[in-house]
Write a protein that binds this ligand. Structure first.
Ligand code: 5GP
Ligand code: ZN
Length: 159
């Protein structure tokens, strides 16, 4: 779903002051507040004020703005949380682990031994040969340059 306010969206409620949140940043288009179930203290969610279900629905300029906010908050959160590193995480879509369908950027301060993992490379994956990687890269490049953005799903043979 695109721009607007979704019914029964907890993040829309927070944006409109109807839901409780600990806000740490706000501007005309974005708001950031503390995650209710933080990985570590200082875990922040950067959220567009307008409702977009997932990253793919967000206009590029706004998506970049949200990332810019995360970038500016990062060293502050890192210092205040006593963290040595951060993860910036976006889960876009149910299969990617998205639970709240109002786009958001996680800013997660990390400390040694906290047990949180973004396990890449994925232990269960193989390493495709160069031809396979090159073919995929070429298809992505073509799709990026296609003025009508006619995208054939990856894995589907192109006529
Ligand atoms: P997702 O899995 O969608 O990427 O992450 C959703 C995040 O939102 C989770 O980290 C969860 O703890 C957080 N969250 C869910 N409900 C609320 C809420 O009502 N308030 C706040 N501040 N965070 C929430
Ligand atoms: Zn919403």
């Amino acid at each position: 779903m695109g721009v607007g306010t979704a019914r029964h969206c907890i993040f829309c409620e927070i944006v409109h002051g109807a839901g409780e949140a600990s806000i740490c940043y706000e501007d005309a288009d974005a708001i950031a507040f503390m995650d209710i179930q933080p990985v570590n203290a200082g875990h922040v969610l950067v959220v567009p004020k307008a409702h977009f279900d997932s990253m793919d629905d967000v206009p590029e300029e706004l998506a970049l703005h949200l990332f810019g906010v995360a970038l500016r908050l990062s060293p502050i959160v890192r210092r205040l949380a006593g963290a040595s590193a951060v993860n910036v995480v976006v889960s876009s879509g149910r299969e990617a682990g998205q639970d709240v369908f109002h786009h958001h950027v996680h800013l997660i301060p990390r400390v040694a031994g906290d047990g949180f993992e973004v396990p890449l490379p994925h232990a269960g994956s193989s390493m495709p040969d160069r031809t396979t990687l090159d073919a995929m890269a070429a298809r992505i490049m073509c799709a990026m340059h296609d003025p009508v953005r006619r995208v054939v799903p990856l894995g589907v043979a192109v006529a």
